[in-house]
Design a protein around this ligand. Structure first.
Ligand code: PLP
Length: 388
């Protein structure tokens, strides 16, 4: 089976992790700050808080921004459930904004329309989470403009987008957001097995997230409400969690970082090759905004079903039967039974649902060979061949 995504682990990566195993610190040592600094430097400065997953990063980002009961978080329906669930962890409510039919990202015009409607109803969001689907950045300048006008905060879910650029600048610099979140799950662009990171230019938010990552406990006398009892003393000043990244994970992350630019370049090469090989098939290839450089976590095609004469599911199953590990990113979150119980229903977000009815993620990863890619294209051509 050719998987839709997979990690590359080099001998250097193995040695970096083994060195940590032989060291004094398996957690809370020097590697996590090193990894944080490497990512912050890569993204053009700011503060980085490493955690055990992007899901945790989204949670503490929401909490640091003060999201709570009575508040709303808006995101795209075409995302992994974590982009929405983070609001529920905080006792807040979720709503969705339909996607742009060209980029499949949260549509700024749909956002504006919804904000205009929400304002008189007193239902404006506190936080909006744009998701850079497949690594292609959202129209952050437009979303940022709206945030000024309507007073919401922005968390970029950049789980797909590390190594990409928006208007020539690295994603993660938070020029148009309060916080940006990366994921290091093995299918993502670089990996720490499990892991995530929250970036911000705001020292106060960084401090708050660092506190929430580790039980809300401080050893800094300046932050305590009363004097330390003695040298052993720590004080819990918030209700936090244990969302810490281990030293093993951070060492793997530092080691992988060295290859990030090569990985994204390789993905662009493969995407360009897919673009050429798929040109004559009845599929819509991904559109890339000229103003951005995608991290290209995913290569999604949309089936032109009116020309294919068989259902989406049948094409998908045929690919799987031919050993091609295609996937579908994503099932619209509002159609999940858990969300339907909150009153969402099929039909609520037409563009998202149209996308879901046609989309297939083709395999793409940094170590993919041209022969593997040719096999994917041949299988797709066969799955789409006219029925005789
Ligand atoms: C993978 C992913 C997440 C969750 O990342 P984890 O590190 O697995 O918690 C969140 N949002 C999006 C868009 C993702 O793709």
């Amino acid at each position: 089976m050719i998987p839709y995504g997979r990690q590359e682990i080099t001998e250097e990566d193995v040695e970096a992790v083994v060195a940590v195993l032989r060291s004094d610190f398996l957690t809370q040592g020097p590697m996590v700050p090193r990894f944080e600094q490497a990512i912050a430097d890569y993204c053009g400065g700011g503060h980085a808080v490493a955690v055990n997953s992007a899901t945790s990063a989204l949670h503490i980002a929401c909490q640091a921004l003060g999201l709570g009961p009575g508040d709303w978080l808006w995101t795209s329906p075409i995302t992994f459930v974590a982009s929405a669930n983070c609001a529920l962890y905080c006792g807040a409510q979720v709503d969705f904004v339909d996607i742009d039919p060209r980029t499949y990202n949260l549509c700024p015009r749909a956002l504006e329309h919804k904000l205009i409607e929400a304002k008189p109803a007193g239902r404006l969001p506190k936080v909006v989470v744009p998701v850079h689907l497949c690594g292609q950045p959202c129209d952050m300048a437009a979303i940022h403009r709206l945030s000024r006008e309507y007073g919401f905060r922005i968390i970029e879910d950049a789980s797909h987008a590390i190594g990409g650029r928006y208007q020539g600048e690295p994603i993660g610099n938070c020029r148009y957001s309060d916080i940006t979140v990366f994921s290091f799950h093995p299918v993502k662009i670089i990996t720490t097995a499990e892991g995530g990171m929250a970036l911000t230019q705001d020292a106060g938010l960084a401090h708050k997230m660092a506190l929430l990552r580790s039980h809300g406990i401080t050893r800094d006398p300046a932050q305590m409400t009363h004097e330390a009892d003695g040298p052993w003393y720590y004080q819990q000043i918030e209700l936090g969690f244990n969302y810490r990244m281990t030293e093993l994970q951070a060492a793997l992350g530092v080691s992988q970082m060295a290859r990030l630019d090569d990985y994204v370049a390789r993905r662009h090469q493969l995407a360009k090759r897919y673009d050429a090989l798929l040109a004559d098939l009845p599929v819509t290839r991904p559109w890339q905004h000229p103003d951005s450089y995608s991290g290209l976590h995913l290569y999604v095609v949309r089936l032109q079903l009116d020309q294919i004469g068989r259902p989406h599911r049948q094409v998908f199953e045929s690919l799987r039967e031919q050993g091609i590990g295609v996937n579908l990113h994503y099932i619209p979150v509002h159609t999940q039974p858990y969300y339907q119980r909150m009153g969402f229903k099929a039909g609520d977000y037409a563009e998202a649902e149209r996308y879901y009815a046609e989309a297939i993620s083709l395999p793409m990863y940094q170590t993919m060979t041209h022969a593997q890619q040719d096999a994917v294209v041949a299988a797709l051509a066969s799955a789409l061949a006219p029925i005789r």
